[in-house]
Write a protein that binds this ligand. Structure first.
Ligand code: SF4
Length: 488
């Protein structure tokens, strides 16, 4: 559903603070230093995983996955589970889209997909033997609400037959919703079906911007979905915005932000539109002359941070904002924030089991990704094989760097003694080359390195990807091509 984004131009350092009650060293705000952003913005991974998905190898297959699950069972399988289901279908294409989706009006395709998805669920459930409780469920796409009510009923009942779910007040059960595809009544149905978090793709409220990206979505429809979600008792409502879209101006951005703040969602994600038409075909339909210049994009970012900060939202990191009493903000303050393929999460120690085309799972010390086309997906399931296409088994160095990058992305700091306790290393020796590379960032005021803590400063937070990239062993071995979006 999402694009990628970051920085702009203008005044130097503007401190943005969140709600006064929540100002803590790690979680309350971010400083915008436009000169620094302009100088250091570069292409880089978003670190929803480490190693990043482009390091996955097709030598890793179904049997390696079975081995990873067997390892969990040997360990006692005590960790809760997180489930991700990918529903790839969409009615129409949004021109900015960089997702793995299938645009079709042939509804029968979804029925076939559902039959195979249920087969995959049953196979995975047999592996886990019903011993781990599910604490997280995420439906992403594509458009999960492409499924009809009856299909969703069927799928949820199947999931419940195959996995044991934590009670509603414990579990985090989320669905991405395209407001154009759901009525208020459907929102109530989704709540009854077991979802307690809802995330709405909005992108921009301006009609001209919406036309330019082929996603016309009246504001009234979005507001109706938000109102229905509140009335239905969803625990959290989240809105996704994108800046850097064609026809966007500072004025349209200001108006969109005012409307978003008035709607008062619990979480807001503000993504940078990463224009990469060589990689994503729909983006070729965007008129480049309509796109805002990079200086304006940075100014938009600054505006978003200021406006949301003034409205009391806390900067969580990597494009995400939350109300101070939202679970994400609380988890960050308590050092319990985690990051996975669906973004930030409060459930740290879970194994992620993924279903559907292109879905990525994280089980034990492995990542694995399913095949990307429907034909391959159906073929492998017909052969009674899980449709794993590629993956990676993490070595000690990978696990160490994953832990470090995870802490930086979620808490903006790493305890050096804690890392040394968890892994057999002396931090300053092991990371001597990285610390040498960090020196310039220290001089620029992005990080501080003390005897016990590596800390990303308020000024460094928007450039967190740059800091993480220093610790990415694989990046050193290749040049950063156009495969990644800008870090700001
Ligand atoms: S709804 Fe639009 S942005 Fe979301 S996956 Fe479909 S085409 Fe892409």
């Amino acid at each position: 559903m999402h694009a990628t984004v970051l920085p702009a131009v203008g005044k130097p350092v503007v401190p943005i603070l969140a709600h006064p009650a929540t100002q803590t060293a790690a979680a309350s705000g971010v400083d915008v230093d436009l000169d620094l952003l302009k100088r250091l913005g570069r292409n880089g991974p978003r670190y929803t995983s480490y190693p990043t998905a482009d390091r996955f190898d097709d030598k890793f297959g179904y049997r390696d996955y079975l081995h990873a699950v067997a390892g969990l069972l040997t360990r006692g399988g005590a960790r809760p589970l997180s489930l991700y289901l990918h529903i790839p279908f969409c009615d129409t294409v949004c021109y900015y889209c960089a997702c793995n989706k299938i645009v079709t009006k042939k509804r029968e395709k979804a029925a076939t997909y559902l039959a195979y998805l249920k087969r995959e669920i049953a196979m995975q459930a047999a592996l886990f033997g019903g011993m781990n409780e599910v604490e997280q469920l995420h439906f992403g796409g594509g458009t999960p609400t492409y499924l009809l009510d009856a299909q969703m009923d069927d799928l949820m009942a199947h999931l419940r037959r195959n996995f044991r779910f934590a009670p509603d007040e414990v579990g985090e059960y989320a669905i991405e919703v395209d407001p154009r595809t759901v009525s208020s009544e459907r929102v109530h149905t989704l709540r009854r079906q077991g979802f307690n978090r809802i995330s709405l793709g909005v992108q921009d409220f301006d009609p001209e911007v919406q036309r330019a990206v082929n996603r016309v979505q009246p504001e009234s429809e979005t507001r109706a979905v938000i109102d229905a979600a509140r009335a239905a008792g969803f625990r959290s409502v989240s809105i996704d915005l994108i800046y850097g879209l064609p026809k966007q101006t500072m004025d349209t951005m200001r108006q969109t932000l005012d409307k978003v703040v008035a709607a008062s969602p619990d979480r807001i994600a503000v993504y940078h539109y990463a224009h990469m038409p060589h990689l994503f075909k729909p983006q070729r339909r965007i008129v480049e002359a309509d796109m805002p210049p990079s200086d304006t994009k940075l100014a938009m970012l600054q505006l978003c941070i200021e406006r949301l900060g003034a409205a009391g939202y806390v900067y969580i990191g990597m494009d995400h904002f939350a109300k101070p009493d939202d679970d994400l903000a609380v988890a960050q303050r308590q050092g319990r924030l985690h990051r996975n393929f669906q973004g930030y999460s409060t459930h740290a120690e879970t194994d992620l089991v993924a279903f559907g085309v292109s879905a990525i799972g994280a089980v034990g010390a492995t990542y694995s990704q399913n095949v990307k086309t429907l034909d391959e997906y159906y073929d492998l399931l017909d052969q009674n094989e899980l449709p794993v296409a590629r993956g990676i088994r993490l070595g000690m160095d990978d696990a160490l760097r994953r832990s470090l990058i995870q802490k930086l992305m979620c808490q903006f700091e790493v305890s050096i003694p804690a890392l040394e306790q968890a892994f057999p290393i002396v931090f300053r020796d092991y990371f001597a080359p990285e610390l040498a590379r960090l020196r310039q960032m220290e001089e620029d005021g992005l990080v501080t390195v003390g005897p016990e803590w590596l800390t990303v400063t308020m000024k460094g937070r928007l450039l967190i990807r740059n800091v993480c990239m220093v610790f990415d062993r694989y990046l050193a071995a290749r040049s950063e091509g156009p495969r990644y979006s800008q870090t700001v």
